[in-house]
Design a protein. Structure first.
Length: 253
């Protein structure tokens, strides 16, 4: 005999199986678009386009790994649907900046910029150069572009020769950069610095994508309540969650 919990779970599975991948109809409007990809397993994720101005989902793509194609499809869909894009706030992916940087204002999420650097230099860096770089970035969301550029450029001048140091690798008989991880952190900062303060000239764009991050956390929490679902059922549940969130009523609070 089945337990009550098992019967209820089978009912849930039947309900999920009955869901269809229904399309959505967007209400044309002007808004800032936040984009983020969140993963539910190593090879199963969803790239979400969200109206961060009004707090609604606009479009989504299921992905195996992050690349430019979901971004292109999403933006083309929004443009066809009458969405006037006032700008983007994103957490990286350089190909997106290359393709759309001259067409739209793009804000690199400052929180994610700090996270990228932290992954290279760690939370407790040992090198003095890394410690000083961490201190520059600590108040990033409260710094002006001029202040950050001044601090960062001074840091670069101070540690320029240090960053060029090389060590001979006895195993492959090649010279390698001694402080490679720090160099990668600096390289990322140099690459994205042009987009770190877009919000200063476009004050309708937030300087972080915290709103979409919070939404994705809620989505993952919801899906986490249904552990053990087959991939197709999980996709249906995610689709329905996002579809319901996309509904927009004028004057809605």
């Amino acid at each position: 005999m089945l337990k009550k919990e098992e019967i209820a779970y089978k009912d849930i599975e039947k309900a999920i199986d009955s869901l269809e991948f229904k399309s959505i109809t967007l209400i044309p409007r002007a808004c800032v678009v936040g984009i983020d990809t969140t993963y539910f397993s190593k090879r199963f994720g969803v790239t979400i386009f969200r109206d961060v101005t009004n707090g609604k989902t606009l479009y989504w793509n299921f992905v195996v790994k992050e690349n430019i194609n979901p971004y292109v499809r999403g933006i083309e869909y929004l443009e066809r649907s009458g969405i006037t894009i006032l700008g983007f706030v994103v957490d990286g992916f350089w190909g997106f900046f290359v393709r759309y940087g001259n067409k739209y204002p793009i804000q690199m999420c400052q929180k994610h910029m700090k996270d990228i650097v932290r992954r290279y230099i760690t939370n407790k860096p040992k090198l003095q150069a890394s410690k000083e770089l961490k201190e520059i970035l600590k108040p990033l969301i409260n710094l002006s572009k001029a202040t950050f550029n001044n601090k960062f450029d001074n840091w670069l001048d101070k540690w320029r020769e240090f960053l060029k140091e090389k060590t001979y690798n006895e195993e492959n008989h090649k010279w390698v950069y001694t402080h490679d991880k720090l160099r990668k952190a600096v390289g990322s900062l140099i690459r994205y610095r042009h987009y770190l303060f877009t919000y200063e000239k476009n004050n309708w764009i937030p300087n972080t994508n915290n709103s979409i991050e919070g939404f994705n956390s809620s989505l993952k929490g919801f899906i986490g309540l249904h552990r053990g679902l087959r991939g197709d059922r999980k996709a249906k549940l995610i689709h329905e969650y996002l579809r319901m969130d996309s509904k927009f009523n004028w004057g809605e609070k």
